[in-house]
Design a binder for this molecule. Structure first.
Ligand code: NDP
Length: 292
C-alpha cells in the first residue's frame, strides 16, 4: 500500500514559512509583499481561482490588489494596466488569470508581464531557461515547482531515477520534465501521439500524470513501488454527492495506491501546492526588491 503524499499538509507548511518570512521582511525593511491579480471577464471558475489566491495572500501577510475587468476589455487596455502595475513599487508580482477573452492574445498579455514580476513563471524567458544547464529561471512555474517540492519534501530521490511525464503542455508537462531533467532524472516525455504508453509508464520510478483524462493511468501501467504525482483535475458525475459531481485525477487512485510506493491524492495533492508556490514566488520577488 502506497504512502500518501499529503499536498495539503506540505502546502500548509510552506505557507507557514512564507508567513514568517513576510513578517521578517516587513519588520526589517518595511516592505509588504504585494500581488496584483487581473481577472478579465466573468468566468466563474477563474473568479474562484482568483478569490482563492487573494484569500491565501491575506492569510500569509501578502497584500493583494484585485483588478476585475469586463469581458469586452480591449487588449490595449489590459496591456496598459500591466504596464502601470509593472512600474509600481508596492506590486511585486502580477498574475494575469487565464483563459482570457478571444479579443486578447494570451501570449501577448503574458509576455507583457515584466520578468521580475512574473510570479506565475509563464514568461517564455522563465520557461526557456528551465532546460538550460547551470541556469535558473527568475521564477519557476508554480504547478511544476509544486510537483518537485512534493518529491523533495517527501525525501524522494530524483537524481538517477527514471521519470516519465504524461502531457507536454507549456504550463505543466514540459516544465515538469525539464525540471526533473535538471535534477538529473532520466526523463521520458509522453503525449497523445505516444505509442504503447503502458510499456513506457511501467519503467517509471517517478510518474507524473498531467493529461486531463479522468483515471486514465491504471494499475497495470504502474511499476510496483513507483512514486505517482497526479496533476490532473477532472470533474466526473457522482450522484452520491450533493453537487452531483466530484474531482478525480488522471490516475485511478484506488487501484494504483495498492501497488505504488507513494502517491498524491486528488484533491489534496498538487492542487494546494500551486497556490503555495505562487505565494513563495511573490515573497521572493519582494525580497529581491528589498535586497536591491
Ligand atoms: P493540456 O490539455 O494543455 O495538455 C494535456 C497534455 O496531455 C497534452 O500534451 C496532450 O498531448 C496529452 N494527452 C492528452 N491525451 C493523452 C493521452 N491519451 N495519452 C498521452 N497524453 C495525452 O492540459 P494541462 O497541461 O493544462 O493540464 C493537464 C491536467 O492538469 C488537467 O487535468 C488540468 O486540469 C490539470 N492541472 C492542474 C493544476 C493544479 O494546480 N493541480 C494546474 C494546471 C493543470 P498533445 O500535446 O499531443 O495534445
Amino acid at each position: 500500500m502506497a504512502t500518501l503524499i499529503d499536498g495539503t499538509a506540505i502546502a500548509a507548511a510552506i505557507r507557514d514559512e512564507v508567513r514568517a518570512e513576510a513578517a521578517q521582511l516587513k519588520s526589517r525593511y518595511g516592505i509588504v509583499p504585494g500581488l496584483a491579480t487581473i481577472l478579465v471577464g466573468d468566468d466563474p471558475a477563474s473568479a474562484t481561482y482568483v478569490r482563492n489566491k487573494r484569500k491565501a495572500c491575506a492569510e500569509v501577510g501578502i497584500q493583494s490588489f484585485g483588478y476585475e475587468l469586463p469581458a469586452t476589455t480591449a487588449q490595449g487596455e489590459l496591456l496598459n494596466l500591466i504596464g502601470e502595475l509593472g512600474q509600481r513599487a508596492d506590486v511585486h508580482g502580477i498574475l494575469v488569470q487565464v483563459p482570457l477573452p478571444d479579443q486578447i492574445d494570451e501570449k501577448t498579455a503574458l509576455d507583457a508581464v515584466p520578468l521580475s514580476k512574473d510570479v506565475d513563471g509563464f514568461n517564455p524567458a522563465n520557461l526557456g531557461v528551465l532546460g538550460v544547464k547551470g541556469q535558473r529561471p527568475m521564477f519557476a512555474p508554480c504547478t511544476p515547482q509544486g510537483c518537485i517540492e512534493l518529491l523533495d519534501r517527501s525525501a524522494i530521490q530524483i537524481a538517477s531515477k527514471r521519470a516519465v511525464v504524461l502531457g507536454r503542455s507549456t504550463i505543466v508537462g514540459l516544465p515538469v520534465a525539464l525540471m526533473l531533467l535538471s535534477r538529473d532524472a532520466t526523463v521520458t516525455l509522453c503525449h497523445s501521439k505516444t505509442v504503447d504508453l503502458p510499456s513506457i509508464t511501467r519503467q517509471a520510478d517517478i510518474l507524473v500524470a498531467a493529461i486531463g483524462k479522468a483515471r486514465m493511468v491504471t494499475a497495470d501501467m504502474v511499476k510496483p513501488g513507483a512514486v505517482i504525482i497526479d496533476v490532473g483535475t477532472n470533474r466526473i458525475a457522482d450522484p452520491t454527492r450533493k453537487s452531483g459531481s466530484r474531482l478525480v485525477g488522471d490516475v485511478d487512485f484506488e487501484a494504483v495506491k495498492e501497488i505504488a510506493g507513494a502517491i498524491t491524492p486528488v484533491p489534496g495533492g498538487v492542487g494546494p501546492m500551486t497556490i503555495a508556490m505562487l505565494l513563495r514566488n511573490t515573497l521572493l520577488a519582494a525580497r529581491r526588491q528589498a535586497e536591491k
